[in-house]
Design a protein around this ligand. Structure first.
Ligand SMILES: CC(C)(COP(=O)(O)OP(=O)(O)OC[C@H]1O[C@@H](n2cnc3c(N)ncnc32)[C@H](O)[C@@H]1OP(=O)(O)O)[C@@H](O)C(=O)NCCC(=O)NCCS
Length: 179
């Protein structure tokens, strides 16, 4: 399979709307309307100083989407979606490797990259773990699902210095005084 990452262009409004509303994204809050996506794209909300969006192209097909966010901060965040039909074939893992390299090479001031996900998103958490990201936070009852259930959320991050050296520095979890 040939995988490429291609920045969205001005003519991609309809394709973005198809992608984001064409199937359910259970680990993302709320459903989006086609018109909302197209309007946001026309307003430049998916590609501007703070955000860049890329298609994940698998053999030329739009199999996924990577959104790089908070680009003016020293800790950008990202959102990754692979269409159901393409999951389980390594695209998510490739995408995280690609976006990590992209952010650290394109933006020299970026020292960390962060990603959040719902605690039961096993595939995304597996990708974080095998991509050099360390778990940094566990937020209890922080992720409301559309059915009203509140899930825990987790946060992972990778440090530029770890990415360069190929190591994973773990957070100092045990720094509370012993009582
Ligand atoms: C999460 C997502 C991006 C993963 O993409 P993908 O292309 O299927 O991922 P990959 O094929 O590269 O790898 C998935 C890994 O997770 C593992 N995995 C899958 N389901 C799992 C589960 N329930 N628990 C633990 N590990 C799991 C797979 O075994 C695989 O690891 P391996 O390659 O070491 O065997 C994709 O499922 C998706 O887009 N989901 C909906 C949107 C979403 O949740 N995005 C993340 C928001 S932050």
């Amino acid at each position: 399979m040939h995988i490429e990452f291609s920045r969205i262009s001005a003519g991609d409004g309809e394709a973005l709307a198809d992608f984001l509303t064409g199937e359910e994204w259970p680990y993302h809050a709320g459903t989006q309307e086609r018109e909302t996506v197209a309007r946001r794209h026309a307003e430049g909300r998916y590609d501007n100083e703070e955000e860049r969006t890329f298609w994940v192209l698998a053999d030329g097909e739009r199999a996924g989407l990577v959104r790089l966010q908070d680009l003016a901060d020293d800790t950008p965040m990202f959102d990754l979606r692979i269409r159901k039909a393409w999951r389980g074939r390594g695209l998510g893992t490739e995408a995280v490797a690609w976006l990590t390299r992209y952010l650290f090479t394109e933006l020299p001031d970026v020292l960390r990259i962060e990603g959040h996900t719902r605690v039961d998103n096993g595939a995304m958490r597996a990708i974080f773990r095998k991509s050099g990201y360390a778990k940094e936070a566990h937020y209890r009852d922080a992720w409301p699902a559309p059915d009203g259930v509140r899930h825990d959320a987790t946060a992972y991050a990778i440090l530029r210095r770890d990415w360069l050296s190929g190591t994973v520095t773990r957070p100092a979890w045990d720094d509370e005084p012993v009582t």
